[in-house]
Write a new protein. Structure first.
Length: 198
């Protein structure tokens, strides 16, 4: 987070600290938002430990995420706010996007060299996360860069049996392992800043 955004959040949190009961609830929500936005971790600063530990306890009981009167809106996607998500993977690194199917990475634009590439399967299923239906759990996910082309592997065995596979070749592939799906996305100025898992 840049210094300007951190100062804006600190001002926002301080502005919300009024003495009424509803303002105290909002103050806690603003503290939570400020602490969650710390790129070093939400409990790095000792002042953040009590409000964040309270947040984990409240969320574990099924309570809703605290509000901050000075924060932006998750409904409109504007300002600074936090949103609970159930997501097995972190967002793909900048310049990449999720992909599925048979994936290979190559630095060569020459399709004649692609047949020697090792390739892997990335399975993505929608719903409450990505699952491998054969194994009953989440699988690795591929985040890919620029698409360079496609090639077919394997051989035709005749009849109805075809062992060929279509492989998508990209200039960059980043594999992500599934993680604890309970997470909070923190937005600064309407842009995703980071994902915090709890």
């Amino acid at each position: 987070m840049n210094r300007k955004s951190m100062i804006a959040l600190a001002i926002m949190m301080g502005s919300a600290a009024i003495t009424s009961q509803s303002a105290q609830a909002s103050d806690w929500g603003c503290q939570v938002l400020l602490c969650l936005s710390d790129p070093r971790g939400p409990t790095t600063e000792s002042e953040c430990r009590p409000p964040i530990h309270k947040l984990w306890r409240e969320l574990a009981k099924g309570h809703s995420f605290p509000s901050c009167a000075m924060a932006g809106s998750s409904d409109t996607g504007t300002g600074s706010f936090a949103r609970q998500v159930y997501e097995w993977y972190d967002p793909c690194p900048e310049g990449t996007k999720p992909a599925e199917g048979y994936i290979a990475e190559s630095t060569s634009p020459d399709p004649n060299t692609w047949r020697r590439l090792n390739y892997s399967l990335s399975r993505i299923y929608t719903g409450r996360g990505w699952y491998d239906r054969d194994e009953g759990g989440p699988t690795t996910r591929a985040c890919v860069g620029n698409h360079m082309g496609t090639y077919r592997t394997g051989s035709w065995w005749g009849g109805d049996r075809d062992d060929r596979k279509t492989v998508q070749v990209y200039d960059k592939v980043v594999w992500q392992q599934p993680q604890n799906p309970r997470a909070i996305d923190v937005y600064i100025d309407g842009n995703l800043h980071q994902r915090v898992r709890w």
